[in-house]
Ligand binder design. Structure first.
Ligand code: NG6
Ligand code: CA
Length: 542
């Protein structure tokens, strides 16, 4: 029925201008008319089906990590090819500088910082689901449009209702299957956090009931050694937060005992996820599908498969980037093999900016060989500088997107409304309150900057505003807040940049690396942005 409607209402004047509750009525009416033969035949002509959607969200991949974004030291031929066949955004933004809040924003179309504290921190592996199970999510919306939806890879949005502790030996819910995914094969939190097992639907994959799992973030359990006591067992040393239980020669955040048959092998994770992703595509080749593929690379602990070791020339982090490129290549090859590439929209991005040292002494800071993961932007993951939140963003859909590079702004929170239009669904309106429909931008139908601002959200709780070429960062005298989940401290070198003693104003056109605070020269501009930020904070974007 959406197909019929889209014939009547051009895509660029959308259904958004109609009150959402009229749309189903109009649709139903049209359908009835069509059924009665009262609609001219042009309206009942078959339309191309909506595109399959493959959303690849990498973990801590930087704006400068890809050849197509200027990397010269690391070869990323598959991601570069994807970019050359689609649109590459130079102003793509993650809604937050860490994983959980960014993913929350993508799935709900709402900035995570509107919902503290549950969604703004970094969740541990036993944390409850970050939103209510009946929350209308992006995959829910796509299901309404007839899509089969699948999650493969990193989840990091919590499990269970929080009333009772998650039982990893029983049925684990609510989780992805309760919030819109038809199938889910996933890493519960991060690879540096327990439990180090995959969950398949509602159950831990490959679990032997005779060897039940127990998880604790409150101190040791079981007889498994801790990294801080047994450095001789480690493939790489770690800081205090990452020195709990040792699994597969890597110490983690948290403790876990049992579940031996279910433990993943870090070096095989990319192979496992890629195989699952390709399997999902193959199974659903004949119907519209939405695949949410969350890679664990290049997040710590970095342990790419041995066949990628040494391949980047830029240390183990670079090798993990090469591993991602392989995964992307495998997905593209599967679509080609199945002859569905032309009507598949692939979106490739990252949940936040890059980081070199993030708890494990894996030599990444020393082995960059001149590579700049943030591509010369200031700062790293966790902060509110551009390097923290500006991320690679590429979209390829051969049937509808002409290859180009776009400087139009795009925030990942916009995917909800954008994909709704592409899938022929009504605007989610207030159900996705911060999500702007950028389908015309994605499809190259306008040069306009429909989104003219973006909010940056740092681990400190600081919110900054980019508007056009200007960027305003309010002072945050304390720096990192206590919402880190694992006891990180403001003195940790990673978070030192989160302390901002004086407000800052940058002109990114003249000073893309945010080196010169021009607030004294342009106090009115700073006041204007400060005021706008306050308005955005107080009201939904729509
Ligand atoms: C932090 C961890 C960091 C990483 C991050 C999550 C410390 C000091 N740091 O708490 O290593 O796991 O959480 O990263 O414990 S994210 O990309 O999933 O947000
Ligand atoms: Ca991340």
């Amino acid at each position: 029925m959406t197909l019929i409607l889209s014939k009547l209402i051009p895509a660029h004047q959308p259904m958004i201008e109609m009150k959402p509750h009229f749309q189903p009525i109009l649709r139903t009416g049209l359908l009835l008319l069509a059924g009665a033969g009262a609609v001219p035949s042009a309206f009942s002509a078959p339309n191309p089906p909506p595109p399959n959607i493959v959303f690849i969200i990498t973990d801590d991949l930087g704006h400068g990590d890809l050849g197509c974004y200027g990397a010269t030291k690391i070869a990323t031929p598959n991601m570069d090819r994807l970019a050359s066949q689609g649109v590459r955004f130079t102003r793509g933004y993650a809604p937050s500088a860490t994983c959980t809040p960014t993913r929350y924003s993508i799935l709900t179309g709402q900035y995570a910082w509107r919902q503290p504290p549950r969604q703004t921190g970094i969740l541990n592996g036993d944390a409850p689901l970050a939103f209510d199970a009946d929350h209308f999510t992006l995959p829910d919306m796509l299901k309404k449009a007839g899509y089969t939806t699948g999650l493969v890879g990193k989840w990091h949005l919590g499990l269970g209702d929080g009333k009772t502790p998650v039982n990893f030996n029983g049925e684990i819910k609510p989780g992805p299957l309760e919030v819109g995914f038809d199938s889910a094969f996933f890493i519960p939190a991060t690879v540096d956090r327990v439990p180090c097992v995959f969950i398949d639907g509602h159950h831990v994959s490959k679990l032997d009931p005779a060897d039940p799992i127990k998880v604790s973030y409150n101190g040791p359990i079981g007889s498994e050694p801790a990294g801080r006591d047994h450095p001789e067992l480690l493939k790489m040393r770690a800081d205090e937060q990452h020195s709990d239980v040792v699994l597969n020669g890597i110490s983690r955040i948290g403790y876990m005992t049992g579940g031996k048959s279910a433990l993943w092998t870090d070096e095989d994770i990319a192979d496992t996820l890629t195989k699952r992703a390709v399997g999902f595509i193959e199974t659903n080749r004949d119907k519209p599908f939405f695949l949410y593929l969350g890679t664990h690379d290049p997040h710590v602990p970095r342990a790419p498969h041995p066949r990628f070791r040494g391949k980047s020339g830029c240390g183990i982090r670079g090798d993990a980037v090469v591993e991602i490129d392989w995964t992307v290549g495998e997905v593209m090859a599967a679509l080609d093999r199945l002859k569905i590439a032309d009507n598949t929209l692939i979106i490739l991005t990252s949940d936040n900016g890059p980081v070199l040292f993030d708890g494990y002494f894996d030599k990444s800071p020393d082995e960059q060989n001149g590579h700049q993961p943030a591509g010369g932007l200031r700062g790293w993951k966790y902060l509110v500088y551009e390097g923290a939140c500006r991320v690679p963003l590429i979209a390829r859909w051969p049937e509808k997107i002409k290859p180009r590079v776009s400087d139009q702004m795009f925030n990942l929170v916009d995917l909800f409304s954008t994909l709704a239009t592409i899938a022929g669904q009504p605007s989610p309106g207030k159900a996705a309150p911060d999500s702007i429909d950028l389908s015309r931008v994605l499809l190259g139908k306008t040069e306009e900057n429909i989104r003219d601002f973006t909010v940056l959200h740092g681990i400190s709780g600081t919110l900054a505003l980019r508007q056009g070429d200007w960027k305003y960062v309010p002072a945050n005298a304390k720096g990192v807040a206590n919402d880190m989940g694992s006891g990180a401290k403001a003195t940790d070198s990673r978070f030192v940049g989160s302390r901002i003693p004086q407000p800052l104003l940058f002109n990114l056109a003249a000073d893309p690396a945010e080196q010169t605070n021009v607030i004294k020269q342009f106090p009115e501009k700073a006041a204007e942005l400060e005021k706008r930020l306050a308005t955005i904070k107080a009201h939904d974007t729509k």
